[in-house]
Design a protein around this ligand. Structure first.
Ligand code: XUL
Ligand code: CO
Length: 435
């Protein structure tokens, strides 16, 4: 154990009655939920960027956190890796996620940056073997450096497109080498600030080309993980092309990439897009592109992507309900894309944030499983659509009836269908029994 988390012990499950703030009350990795271990359902990951690179700044003030690795070079990066793997071990999370920029200082050139990333990957390889912690996904930071201010894949300058392509290659190589289970593309600046200087159609063609090259390269190197696109409607740009799950699906369809790519859905991004998180999860499941989730929450008043740790069990429960109904995660998992508030400056706060988040997700998962085991909710939902089991309804759905034929039948049978209650309040009360 490095000095950073000195005095802190491995977090253990103590049950719902525990008053120990550094224990899990709901996350019991060994517990069996719907026939599967809880840790295998949830597949938790710690996000390197928020926990180890985030400095606690906001638009009105700079760094509040004091971390011994800030401002340092490669030695500091190693120190940061020590602390990171200590946190993963203290929490007992099976996975972590990172961007290149989180783990290594940027070099003077592409070649130097890539060499440094490789050196960090060497360190990660050793630490992963020692601790058993695995890589859920890797990704390239194509939004912080000023060269990407007008986008990466969607930049008007083809040489920036090329630099981004090279950076993605380097990150895919490292992700592959570390056995990463997914590779993520979040288009932080793949959008525009003003349409006045933007050729929207050209930029989307560029974005699709980059994604197609990513898929080709994945197959070329034999990367077995999933390529994930992470939707977000805006912030940092005014408008981002990967607006939400439905938009991403339409984009993938347009360019014929929908069999190769899934989505990484983030709670706060769903909220920014004007959706609930469970809406985005259910939409992805309906399109067959549900990949992974970035777990967090937004402050409902501020309207920003505040990336707070989740603490709303009902919201989380409904998301896990849809994940379970879709068959659960395969290569995906629950990545805490969540950061401490800027006054939470102690190392111990990193434990509190994650413990609370993991416990909320465990509660949500247990509630979702209870809804499924009880069966009432699913029975009511099925009953609502039961009319579609009838022969005539099936014929309409299969495309075996035309508008004229249907109109003729409605007239012939003097149809006068009566509305039925949607029973929203009843259903809300029913769900609340389990949450
Ligand atoms: C930004 C965000 C990113 C992605 C990875 O809002 O969510 O951290 O998850 O680039
Ligand atoms: Co995210």
């Amino acid at each position: 154990m490095s000095d950073f988390f000195k005095g802190l012990d491995k977090v253990r499950y103590e049950g719902p009655d525990s008053t120990n703030p550094l224990a899990f009350r709901h996350y019991d990795p060994d517990a069996i939920v719907l026939g599967k271990r809880m840790d295998d359902h949830l597949r938790f990951a710690v996000a390197y960027w928020h926990s180890f690179a985030w400095e606690g700044g906001d638009p009105f003030g700079g760094r509040t956190f004091e971390r011994p690795w800030f401002d340092g070079g490669m030695d500091a990066a190693r120190q940061k890796a020590d602390a990171a793997f200590d946190l993963f071990t203290l929490l007992g999370v099976p996975y972590f996620c990172f961007h290149d920029a989180d783990v290594r200082p940027e070099g003077e050139s592409y070649a130097e940056s890539t060499r440094r990333l490789g050196a960090l990957a060497d360190i990660f390889e050793t630490k992963m073997a020692e601790t058993g912690v695995k890589l859920l996904w890797g990704t390239a930071n194509l939004f912080s450096n000023r060269r990407f201010m007008a986008g990466a894949a969607t930049n008007p300058d083809p040489e920036i497109f090329a630099y981004a392509a090279a950076t993605i290659k380097a990150n895919m190589d490292v992700t592959h080498r570390l056995g990463g289970e997914n590779y993520v593309l979040w288009g932080g600046r793949e959008g525009y600030e003003t349409l006045l200087n933007t050729n929207l159609g050209q930029e989307m063609d560029q974005m699709a080309r980059m994604l197609a090259m990513v898929i080709d390269y994945k197959h070329k190197i034999g990367f077995k993980g999933t390529i994930l696109v992470e939707p977000k409607p805006q912030e940092p740009t005014k408008h981002q092309y990967d607006y939400d799950v439905a938009t991403v699906y339409g984009f993938l369809k347009k360019y014929g990439l929908e069999q190769e790519v899934k989505v990484n859905i983030e709670v706060g991004h769903a909220i920014l897009a004007g959706h609930t998180f469970e809406h985005e999860v259910a939409m992805a499941a309906a399109h067959g592109i549900l990949g992974s989730i970035d777990m967090n929450r937004n402050d409902m008043q501020s309207g920003w992507d505040t990336d707070q740790f989740p603490n709303n069990a009902p919201e989380v429960a409904l998301a896990y309900y849809h994940i379970l109904k879709a068959g659960g995660f395969t290569t995906g998992g629950t990545n805490f894309d969540a950061k401490l508030r800027r006054q939470s400056i102690d190392p111990e706060d990193l434990l509190h944030g994650h413990i609370g988040g993991m416990d909320i997700c465990a509660r949500g998962l247990k509630a979702a499983a209870a809804i499924i085991e009880d069966g009432t909710y699913e029975r009511l939902l099925a009953e609502r659509y039961a009319g579609w089991d009838g022969a005539e309804a099936q014929a309409m759905l299969r495309g075996e009836r035309t508008l004229e034929e249907i109109a003729a039948r409605v007239e012939r049978e003097a149809l006068d269908p009566q509305p039925r209650s949607g029973r929203q309040e009843y259903l809300e009360n029913l769900i609340n029994r389990f949450v």
